[in-house]
Design a protein around this ligand. Structure first.
Ligand SMILES: Nc1ncnc2c1ncn2[C@@H]1O[C@H](COP(=O)(O)OP(=O)(O)OP(=O)(O)O)[C@@H](O)[C@H]1O
Ligand SMILES: [Mg+2]
Length: 388
C-alpha cells in the first residue's frame, strides 16, 4: 500500500547540505502499522512529510497503492492520507468539535454526521464528550494531542501518518489510547506510518518497526525479530538490554503450553501420580476433578506411600489464561517462586501448563532465522484467539 523506493531528502542550508533521509526503501502492506523509530533528528518526520508531499523528495519514488504519489494532485493525495502532526497544531479559533470535523466539513458531510463522528472519536481517544464545545487553549497538552489524533481519523482515510501521536499523553492514558487505537485498527485495518521514540510503544503497536539512524534505515523487521536479532550494536542499544523481557509481551501463554504436563484424577491413588511424574520427568502433577477442572497439585517428593490424591494435594497456584502474555506468566512465576503454572480455559478446564523451559523454548523457536521476516506480530491482548 505504501512503497518507498530509494528515497532521499537533502535540505540545502546556508551551512551546507543536510541529508535528512538517505536512500531509504521499505514497504507497508495494506492494513499494517509500521513504526518509524529512532533518536531525535534521524529523519522520521521528514520521511512522513515526503509521503504526503508536504516536502518534495530529492530522489526516489513513493507509491500509495499502485500509483506514484507524484501522479495525484496534492489535495486528493492529502485527503486520502490522515495526518497527525508532531506539534498537534489545532486551530485555536475553532472548538474541539470543529477541529475534529475540519476534513469532513471540506468533504461536505452533513452537520449531524459531523457531530456523530466527533462524538465517536472523542470517546475513542478517551476524552469526555463535554470537551467538544471547548477551545484548544482550554485543554491540557495531552488532551490537545488526543484531539489531534481524532482529527487525523475523522474522514476515515485509508492511510494514516501519525507523528508521535501519544507523546504528550501520560503513561496511564497512553496505554488506554494505545489499546483503543489497536482495537480500532483491528477492525478498520488502516495502513499506518507511526513515529515513535519509545521502543515499548513501537513493539506494542507495530506490525513492523523501521529503525532509523542519521537518515538511514538500519533495520526493518517485525518487533519480535527486531528484539531477537538486532542487526548491530546501535539497534541492540536502542531496543535495550531487557529485550527478551520485551519479547515476552508479544507471545501468548497459549503458544508456550508444555504438552507433557502430567495430570491425575482426584480419586486416583498417589502411587499413580508418582508413576506419571516419573514418566513425564516432572516434579509436579496437576490433580483434576471429574470434569477436568484442576483442583490442586502434588509434588514428586511428597507422594511416597498410598492414599487418594485429593487427600494429599496442595492448592493450585492461580492459573493463567491462554491469552495472557508470557511476561505475565514469568512475573507470576517469580512472585510465587515456582517454575511452572497451570493455564485454564474460560470454563475453568486445564489447557496445559507453562514452565520456565517452555517459555525459553518458545522464544527460541519464534526467533529462528528461518522465520525471519515472516513472524506475525499479534499483540496478546487484541489479536484473534488462534495464531498460526
Ligand atoms: N527544513 C529543514 N531545513 C534544514 N534541515 C532540516 C529541516 N527539517 C529537518 N531538518 C534536519 O533534518 C534532520 C531530520 O529531521 P526530522 O525532523 O525528520 O527528525 P525526527 O527524526 O523527526 O526528529 P524528532 O524525533 O526530534 O522529531 C535533522 O537533522 C533536522 O535538523
Ligand atoms: Mg519528528
Amino acid at each position: 500500500m505504501i512503497r518507498v523506493e530509494n528515497v532521499s531528502k537533502v535540505f540545502r542550508t546556508q551551512r551546507g547540505d543536510v541529508r535528512a533521509v538517505d536512500d531509504v526503501s521499505f514497504e507497508v502492506p495494506t492494513g499494517e502499522l509500521c513504526v518509524l523509530l529512532g533518536p531525535s533528528g534521524c529523519g522520521k518526520t521528514t520521511m512522513m512529510k515526503l509521503v504526503n508531499r508536504l516536502l518534495q523528495r530529492s530522489s526516489g519514488k513513493i507509491f500509495i497503492g499502485e500509483h506514484d504519489t507524484d501522479s495525484y494532485d496534492v489535495v486528493t493525495l492529502r485527503r486520502n492520507i490522515g495526518y497527525v502532526i508532531q506539534q498537534i497544531g489545532l486551530f485555536p479559533n475553532m472548538t474541539v468539535e470543529e477541529n475534529i470535523a475540519v476534513v469532513p466539513r471540506l468533504l461536505g458531510w452533513s452537520r449531524s454526521a459531523r457531530h456523530d463522528r466527533a462524538r465517536e472519536l472523542i470517546a475513542m481517544v478517551a476524552l469526555d464528550e463535554s470537551l467538544l464545545e471547548r477551545f484548544p487553549k482550554e485543554l491540557s497538552g495531552g488532551q490537545q494531542q488526543r484531539v489531534g489524533v481524532a482529527r487525523g481519523l475523522a474522514a476515515d482515510p485509508p492511510v494514516l501518518l501519525m507523528d508521535e501521536p501519544f507523546g504528550a499523553v501520560d503513561p496511564i492514558n497512553r496505554e488506554i489510547i494505545q489499546d483503543e487505537f489497536l482495537k480500532m485498527q483491528g477492525q478498520l485495518k488502516k495502513t499506518i506510518l507511526f513515529v515513535s521514540h519509545d521502543i515499548d510503544e513501537a513493539v506494542k503497536m507495530g506490525d513492523k518497526v523501521a529503525i532509523f539512524r542519521e537518515g538511514r534505515l538500519v533495520q526493518f523487521d517485525a518487533p519480535d525479530m527486531l528484539l531477537a536479532h538486532p542487526v548491530n550494536d546501535f539497534v541492540a542499544d536502542f531496543v535495550g538490554g531487557d529485550r527478551e523481557l520485551k519479547r515476552m509481551r508479544l507471545v501468548r501463554v497459549s503458544e508456550a503450553l508444555d504438552p507433557r504436563a502430567p495430570t491425575v484424577g482426584a480419586d486416583d491413588d498417589v502411587e499413580l501420580a508418582a508413576r506419571k511424574m516419573q514418566q513425564a520427568g516432572t516434579e509436579f502433577i496437576v490433580v483434576l476433578d471429574e470434569v477436568d477442572k484442576p483442583t490442586g497439585t502434588l509434588l514428586s517428593h511428597e507422594v511416597g506411600g498410598s492414599g487418594l490424591c485429593k487427600n494429599f494435594q496442595h492448592p493450585l497456584p492461580r492459573p493463567l489464561r491462554p491469552r495472557d502474555d508470557l511476561r505475565t506468566a514469568v512475573s507470576r512465576m517469580f512472585t510465587l517462586d515456582t517454575d511452572w503454572l497451570p493455564c485454564t480455559d474460560e470454563n475453568g478446564r486445564l489447557s496445559g501448563v507453562v514452565t520456565r523451559r517452555s517459555v525459553t523454548q518458545t522464544l527460541r523457536e519464534r526467533s529462528r532465522p528461518s522465520q525471519h521476516g515472516s513472524a506475525q506480530h499479534e499483540p496478546p491482548e487484541h489479536g484473534p484467539a488462534e495464531q498460526t
